[in-house]
Ligand binder design. Structure first.
Ligand code: ECB
Length: 134
């Protein structure tokens, strides 16, 4: 069993978030605001059902899914696209493939007691690290 991702996490670093947002087609004005934010992740799990909340002072985004079950995702308040998403465990990584107009996805895992997130869109990779909030 991989280490649990559950809990409340706050962002400590965010590398190439701008590149990721540009690849998603987000406009300059929104990107400028978004780049200043510290995201918080709240991850809850019951069995194979997950709820991942991304919280900030500007916008919030909640994703609920079951591992190994494809679902429709609408990235409301982010790039507002519809995707067919699938989350699976690949070793110790929780990996999401988001099929749609863009080639994109993300992976979460724990390393150095921190929550790691790699977001990719087309050729852009954003790396975010979160520390546990006690
Ligand atoms: C919701 C907090 C960030 C708000 C940024 C606001 C506007 C930027 C508009 C578009 C940028 C598109 C996406 C980047 C936003 C957040 C990155 C993580 C979202 C995500 O897919 O998280 C996954 C993995 O934790 C779960 O949904």
């Amino acid at each position: 069993m991989p280490v649990s991702l559950c809990g409340t996490w706050e962002m400590v670093s965010n590398v190439n978030f701008d590149g990721y947002m540009i690849a998603l087609g987000i406009g300059l004005y929104t990107r400028k605001i978004a780049l200043k934010l510290k995201h918080r992740k709240v991850i809850e799990q019951v069995g194979d059902q997950y709820v991942v909340k991304t919280l900030s002072t500007f916008r919030n985004y909640t994703l609920a899914f079951r591992v190994n079950e494809e679902f429709q995702e609408f990235t409301k308040g982010l790039d507002d696209r519809h995707c067919k998403s699938l989350v699976t465990w690949e070793g110790n990584k929780l990996v999401c493939v988001q099929i749609g107009e863009k080639k994109r996805g993300w992976a979460h895992w724990i390393e150095d007691d921190k929550l790691q997130l790699e977001l990719h869109c087309e050729d852009q990779v954003c790396r975010q690290v979160f520390k546990r909030v006690v």
